[in-house]
Design a protein around this ligand. Sequence first.
Ligand code: NDP
Length: 289
Amino acid sequence: MAEVIMNGVNASSNMCKDLTNRCEALREKGVVPCLAILRVGSKPEDISYERSAEKRCTSVGIEVKNIVFPDNACEQELISKICQLNADDTVHGVLILLPLPPSINERSVCEALSPEKDVDGISSGSMASVYLGSGPGYTPCTAQAVMELLKYYNIPIAGKHAVVVGRSLVVGRPVSMLLMGENASVTICHSKTENLADICRSAQIVVAAAGHINSITADCLSPGQTVVDVGINFDDKTQKTLGDVDFEAAEPIVYAISPVPRGVGSVTTSVLAAHVTEAAERSLIQGGF
Ligand code: NDP
């Protein structure tokens, strides 16, 4: 049996206490931290994420503005809205729900967002900050949520071998950079990796972000490991949300494991709230208050 089940709800509540105090301090100084959420269309998964982001943000004292465009919105309309939000001093962060409809050039829309307000790290300015280790942008929330979970459960990272399964810009690559920033030796795996099981077994930390149920099975795991499951996959058979890791098989083998649900996903919206709070604090400093 795993000694530690890394519960994201606990890590998240711990973060929220601090955020509530910081938002209160900002309000006392006349700054109301504010997040604008921009959604195109009405995909159920977007609406569901928007609701949980809104719930988390309002719970710590962040105001949320919901901006909804129809499915057939054009790229220029979105870009001019983003430019408006960039210039609006009462909005500190902007969350654009991705992916956008295929008719829209998503990269152009992401690049329109000023890194100072890019609280989910989608612009190349933010990505550069992740790679440089500093700068005006923010880390993608899910990637940082993995780090918050490891930190909350005191999992040693420095000097350890971490294997990240997945190389997307949203999760795999940024989490690899963050782990390396904490002095882990990182191996990035993907769909063309040979001997995935052998590579995973050799690691002390495994981060699963492949986007498929049971991508990580018992043969990928060894005793003493910490396994962070980023996957959120809907299983038609059981009608349940499952991760990428075969939890039942993994849990008896490893030292620590995050469940799905109530794992990384529960921390992601708190990281988002933390980024909005930080953006509001930075605006206060820049505003010379
Ligand atoms: P992508 O589909 O963009 O990327 C998946 C990555 O996994 C790709 O790099 C792909 O390789 C690799 N991969 C796919 N299959 C395998 C395999 N069998 N073995 C090894 N590598 C494989 O997904 P995302 O990064 O956006 O998301 C990953 C998962 O995390 C999803 O389940 C998603 O729902 C979840 N997620 C969770 C969030 C949270 O808050 N908890 C937020 C965002 C995402 P290649 O590059 O070669 O194609």
